[in-house]
Ligand binder design. Sequence first.
Ligand SMILES: Cc1ncc(COP(=O)(O)O)c(C=O)c1O
Length: 388
Amino acid sequence: MQPSHRSSLVKYAIRDVVLEAKKEEAKGKKVIYLNIGDPAAYDFSPPQCIVDATKEALDGPYKGYAFSLGEPKLREEIGKIENCSSDNVFVTAGLSEGIDHAMKILLDPGDSILLPNPTYPLYSTKAQVLFAQPLYYGCKDGWIPDPDEVRKKLDDATKAIVIINPNNPTGAVYPYNLLKELADIAAEYKLTIIADEVYDHVIFDDVEMHKMKDIAKDCVVFSGNSLSKNFLYPGARIGYMAIHNDVEGGFKDAFTRLCNQRLSVNWEFQFGAIAAYKNGFDFLKPSLDKLRRRRDVICKRIDEIPGLSIFPPQAALYGFVKVDGYNGTDWEFVYDLLRTEGVLVVPGSAFYKENKNELYFRTTLLPDDETLETAMNKLEKFMRERIV
Ligand SMILES: Cc1ncc(COP(=O)(O)O)c(C=O)c1O
């Protein structure tokens, strides 16, 4: 017996590289992990109100399955944020499950879906597992999507477009005019938009965030979010999809079926999420200040290191770094850096597709100043030794 072909298509480099790092650790090497956007792994904490409300719920009558579509009070709170009826809100196990449901609803085998290039890898993997074709639209200066590319890439089988704003891995925040242009294209070609806005409060520069649901009025918009980044609590595994402009209700029915078949999301943490949304986002300010400082340190150091360059991220938790002059692939670069200096980053090709001649890696911005300083020193030493 063999595992399915479908399962062999699942790839997730952000975690796959950790296996290699663990092998190095087992040999006694100290590893600095710059691979994952997990605020809790560094010096960031979620607001205490989430912990308190979850603890209180643990003592409450919430021992059974929760409502499949989500705790009604939480759906109501999210409805206020998304400016929609709570009937349009579906609570999921992190946004990851929301993405999974959305793509299952939107794609049949042979369909295609437009993804940004670079993209968050979950979208490529899910498309492949559904036997759908990912079509990558490129970005221009400052990693801003190019609408001409979107028009060029879409085909008769295209059902949806994914827009990740703010973006992982680039940290770009998209201007209104661009979002409007993308919304118009979606309306013209009857595409559904998956608006992944999981970092919409993790913005550390003075740029405005425009939510897609406020712009795209003539096509269906799946608006996705979670506690993982905006509330620095990925372990809570609470996310949601809000479905906008679904006039006939077919997508909501389909999402309901997918929620029903997996029964429910952890009930107690949904009470934590209610507290989070009621409490709001002011608590984030010190964390954003810290992220801005760390972004500045990383960008300054990277600009000084021969062979490296970066377009400064304005948001999210990452820097997407270009490497010139290294003799090898991005995977070779990542493992070479790990084995030589004990610094773990993610190969750019996990995000950036069809750009075989360019070498990138993604680093997180999260580590404390001392760890960052050490990592950047090691990176500098490595580059000075390797650069040709
Ligand atoms: C762009 C993007 N979307 C979705 C997710 C998934 O988030 P969650 O933890 O809510 O499942 C992530 C996680 O890193 C992400 O970066």
